[in-house]
Design a protein around this ligand. Structure first.
Ligand code: ADP
Ligand SMILES: O=P(O)(O)O[C@H]1O[C@H](CO)[C@@H](O[C@H]2O[C@H](CO)[C@@H](O)[C@H](O)[C@H]2O)[C@H](O)[C@H]1O
Length: 480
């Protein structure tokens, strides 16, 4: 375990982080406004890509280190205003709220150059340079210290599980891989995920790992600390960040799958272990939180949602159109089963499961991470009980993705993994997902439709991967 280098700050005391910027906040934000308008849309985690930012509203401002001192740290929650896209214009759409950590210095040392937001000539920060503070070990340390100290700073609350020891002085480093949020690793011991687009209410990224820890499920790193904002202007609390034990030397399932594919090795044993891990998590969630039975009316709603998403996707990606009738019947087949009296159990699930959300420790143990669900959906939707087949379908699609990202594609590799994963799942849960092929096909189809839109928007080169699956699903030739 590494210790802080001598340039890191002495551990911040709760007193050092008790200065609230509520009154100075609007003036600070006004001076930052032009810089943030330019900087925010360039961030990987910015959710409103493709539309300019036209202004900001302050939700909360907290000085974690006084901005008047040599090194300041300003915590901001801001709403970013953007013009509405035509499809949204009928309904009011609240501007997205983002969590920002702004460092304030006179000059930036060269090592912090990539973190630069800009230099201010006017306003309360005139003559100072502002930057993304998470690149800087000193402000990052303030967050860990606040969690250790269970600090209350303005409207920010830092909490921890006292049963987990969090040592002072663990050296922070920002995770630089592509992420929807931002994470800082402390001394290879803990990882703090700071949510970027934040919403009020219970966030499954904290809720579910806490529940699973309480259930004694070892497949998910147990939260050691968490950060929330309890705003005086709102009844709801906002989850801002979660600290979890860092799985040292871990590789994610996607990297490992590609590595094995490149070596021509099969991944069956790992896929089976992943099936078992998924079922362990599902079993624990079903014990911890309510399950419900879905009957005809609920299935009709579910099928209507899938069909609507398909219609929207065929508008957005014309290449889907030739397959739409068969895909619609994949969904309709589910509604038909419900009409004949079939019912399904629904429970809390991961909600966005794929190989990239699975970490394997050097000892071969699998953990599941990132229980945030699909960030584009509302918290209420993400927290709804759903059939476990939805997570299973996500993983089955992921094996298919890995195999079809190869030249030439390796469909046999995918089939083996998909079957092994379902067998592993059945070993723990007692129920093999393949025994409900209509449900599984509907969920795989729904996911593949989502992927077609995702790839068309974000990675057009990848579009052939989900489109190939769409062809197989339309022909009902893709069962695991
Ligand atoms: N507990 C952990 N141990 C080791 N690495 C982790 C852990 N949690 C997350 N990571 C790493 O951080 C990355 C981002 O985490 P994730 O929760 O998926 O964030 P995001 O929602 O921003 O995508 C993961 O891909 C993984 O590599
Ligand atoms: O990063 P997120 O977890 O928010 O997920 C989004 O990006 C994923 C790609 O990074 C995308 O996943 C798709 O590609 C993966 C390979 O890169 C593959 O393993 C997944 O099965 C496939 O869905 C995901 O759909 C998207 O929401």
């Amino acid at each position: 375990m590494s210790e802080a280098p001598s340039e890191a700050p002495s551990a911040a005391t709760p007193e050092a982080v008790t200065h609230s910027a509520r009154t100075a906040g609007p003036a600070l934000l006004a001076s930052l406004d032009p810089l943030l308008r330019e900087w925010l849309p360039r961030q990987r985690w910015f959710a409103g890509k493709g539309r300019p930012v036209t202004g900001f509203t302050l939700v909360a401002a907290t000085e974690l280190l006084p901005v008047s001192s040599k090194l300041g740290l300003l915590h901001l929650l801001v709403r970013a205003h953007q013009p509405l896209v035509p499809v949204q214009s009928a309904a009011p759409h609240p501007a997205d709220c983002y969590q920002l950590l702004i460092g304030v210095r006179e000059t930036l040392p060269p090592r912090l150059a990539p973190a630069l937001i800009g230099h201010l000539d006017e306003g309360p920060l005139a003559g100072r340079t502002v930057y993304e503070a998470l690149y800087d070990p000193r402000p990052a340390d303030v967050l860990l210290e606040a969690l250790r100290a269970r600090a209350r700073v303005g409207e920010l609350r830092f909490e921890r599980d006292m049963r987990q020891e969090i040592r002072a002085g663990l050296v922070p480093r920002l995770v630089t891989s592509e992420q929807s949020n931002s994470s800082v690793v402390y001394g290879d011991t803990f990882i703090l995920k700071l949510l970027r687009r934040i919403v009020p209410g219970t966030n499954p990224d904290l809720e579910l790992p806490l529940m699973l820890a309480r259930e004694g499920c070892p497949r998910v790193p147990a939260p050691a600390g968490w950060m929330t904002a309890d705003l005086t202007s709102s009844d709801d609390s906002y989850v801002l960040g979660v600290l979890q034990p860092f799985v040292q030397g871990a590789a994610d399932g996607w990297e490992l799958a590609l590595r094995e594919l490149a070596k021509g090795e099969d991944f069956g044993a790992e896929a089976r272990a992943l099936g078992r891990a998924t079922a362990e998590v599902h079993t624990a969630l079903a014990r911890a939180l309510p399950t419900v039975t879905l009957g005809r009316s609920q299935l009709e709603l579910l099928v209507a949602g899938m069909t609507e998403r398909l219609e929207a996707a065929t508008q957005a990606v014309p290449a889907l159109r030739p397959y739409a009738p068969e895909l619609r019947s994949a969904f309709a087949a589910l509604a038909d089963l419900a009409a004949e009296g079939s019912t399904w159990t629904a429970q809390r699930i991961h909600g966005d499961l794929h190989l990239g959300q699975c970490l394997r420790s050097p000892g071969g143990e699998w953990s599941l991470i990132d229980f945030e669900g699909e960030p584009s959906k509302s918290l209420a939707e993400r927290r709804m009980p759903q059939p476990v087949a939805r997570d299973v379908a996500g993983m089955l699609r992921s094996f298919d993705y890995a195999a079809h990202s190869q030249r030439p594609a390796e469909p046999g590799w995918a089939s083996l993994c998909r079957a092994a994963y379902c067998s592993g799942y059945a070993e723990i849960s007692g129920s093999d997902p393949r025994t409900d092929p209509v449900l599984l096909r509907a969920y795989e189809t729904d996911k593949a439709v989502y992927e077609v839109v995702y790839e068309a928007r974000h990675r057009p080169d990848w579009l052939p991967v989900p489109l190939a699956a769409i062809r197989r699903l339309a022909a009902n030739d893709d069962a695991p």
